[in-house]
Design a protein around this ligand. Structure first.
Ligand SMILES: [Zn+2]
Length: 459
């Protein structure tokens, strides 16, 4: 029974009372939070424990990134600045120019960034997650492996938002079979650290039958499921063109909406869609920093008021939940035209308990409370950007930097300690990713000069 005591520290519990404990000890035993006690001295009953000096530190619940594509790290500096869908039509994906082994380098790069920026849980949304699942599971992070698919018959150059004319029964069956296989393989793996999720990738590429089968699968397997919803105006127009309905109505009529659904983005819903999503208690994964890069502020207050749970994520190219929280706070204040709403505690709540609730794990993770999993981050308060530290949550959300996060623990085990990631060879992954990514993108741009990509890449 490994016992760890973080002593004499500040504990931001993230519980429903938003309790902050000062000069407290947090005791971790067998992966769980055993005690959060006030008072300076460690209880004598923990005399065999490893005691960590928590003075000048604050312990936060780990952030839960509800929507990531970790291998999209290969597109950094390429797809960030031109909107969505990406307007330049390369006939093939850059990932065709790298090997499977090279692809997992980018998955590991995303995992490193996730850890360094304080995530303890990540929803990785992909088609073909098995190509790198084993590697990322080995990082010690809490993963929600969301394998998504579609049954549309489309070519390799298909871009989200384009209308589809044909769906394939064989492909639909393959999506469902694949999900069942991965569920059996991964769900509950390693003491419940791995959760399997199923999903449909896009509204445009999913038939009503696929949608209802995915929803049924999630009911049987009791796993959450996901989809990209309302992510572009083009998607809305295409749904109207293909089905005569807006995207959320199409999903509702395909029996796809339920409280287990984690719908990503929801940037352009109309009032009827907001009502529909709220009535069905759908959870929304809000990616504020990516939305802001795309020039959008999604109507989060309306979705919340309608009854949706709001979770937080990062989406492509970055895994930085510190940035997501701050941009989420700023953009919602702009949207409301209110400089005092939301408060830092509200956005921290979205990134922790909001995300945990959206995933159906609110009793297990998302806050620092006795008997919950010990998924936590330790922040150094004695930083020029955080001192004087009078409101610990406000200081961190307004002024914190990822580098203030010194240690990350998942399931009671440190995966980063005192600034060093313990489960990954960080330096070699960063070097490899830089080499492979620059080479692959240069090759793609040179191969298709007529695409007219207007950016000069580094040599
Ligand atoms: Zn996405």
């Amino acid at each position: 029974m490994a016992t760890i005591v973080i002593a004499n520290t500040t504990v931001v519990s993230g519980d429903s009372e938003r309790s902050v404990y000062y000069d407290s000890n947090i005791v971790v035993e067998d992966g769980l939070i055993k005690e959060i006690g006030s008072g300076g001295d460690v209880s004598p009953s923990y005399s065999g424990a490893e005691v960590i000096d928590g003075r000048d530190k604050a312990v936060f619940p780990g952030f839960i990134n509800c929507h990531a594509h970790i291998t999209a790290t290969i597109d950094r500096g390429i797809t960030d600045d031109f909107g969505f869908p990406f307007p330049f039509r390369f006939p093939e994906n850059v990932r065709n120019l790298i090997s499977e082994e090279e692809l997992s380098v980018f998955a590991m790069l995303g995992a490193i960034e996730s850890i360094r920026t304080g995530s303890t849980g990540v929803v990785e949304v992909a088609s073909g997650i098995e190509r790198y699942a084993k590697e990322i599971v080995g990082t010690g992070l809490r993963w929600f492996l969301a394998e998504c698919g579609g049954d549309a018959v489309v070519g390799p150059g298909y871009k989200p938002g384009e209308p589809v004319t044909e769906f394939s029964d064989a492909q639909r069956e393959k999506v469902i079979e694949n999900s069942l296989e991965l569920f059996e393989k991964w769900d509950g793996h390693d003491n419940g650290r791995i959760t399997f999720m199923t999903g449909a990738t896009l509204v445009e590429t999913s038939s009503p039958r696929l949608l209802s089968q995915i929803r049924q699968l999630s009911e049987r397997a009791r796993c959450p499921y996901t989809i990209h919803l309302n992510q572009s105006r083009l998607e809305v127009n295409t749904a109207l063109e293909m089905h005569g309905k807006r995207p959320s109505q199409y999903l509702a009529d395909s029996d796809f909406l339920s409280p287990r659904l984690l719908a990503a983005h929801v940037r352009y819903p109309n009032g009827d869609e907001i009502r529909l999503l709220g009535e069905n208690k759908v959870a929304i994964s809000h990616q504020p920093a990516m939305a802001a890069r795309r020039g959008v502020i999604p109507p989060i207050p309306l979705l919340r008021d309608a009854g949706c749970t709001i979770a937080m994520g990062t989406d492509n190219n970055t895994q930085d939940m510190v940035e997501a929280m701050r941009v989420g706070m700023f953009t919602e204040r702009i949207l409301r035209d209110d400089p005092a709403r939301p408060q830092p505690e509200d956005v921290l709540g979205m990134a922790t308990m909001g995300s945990a609730t959206a995933l159906g794990k609110e009793k297990i993770i998302g806050s620092l409370e006795v008997d919950k999993k010990a998924d936590l981050v330790i922040v150094d308060k004695m930083r020029a950007n955080l001192s004087p530290n009078m409101r610990v949550v406000s200081s961190f959300v307004n002024n914190g930097q990822a580098s203030d996060i010194r240690s990350v623990m998942v399931d009671g085990k440190f995966i980063m300690r005192d600034g060093k990631i313990l489960t990954i060879d960080e330096e070699s992954i960063v070097r490899e990713a830089d080499r492979i990514g620059r080479r692959a993108w240069r090759r793609l741009v040179e191969k298709y000069p007529n695409v007219g990509f207007p950016v000069e890449l580094a040599p």
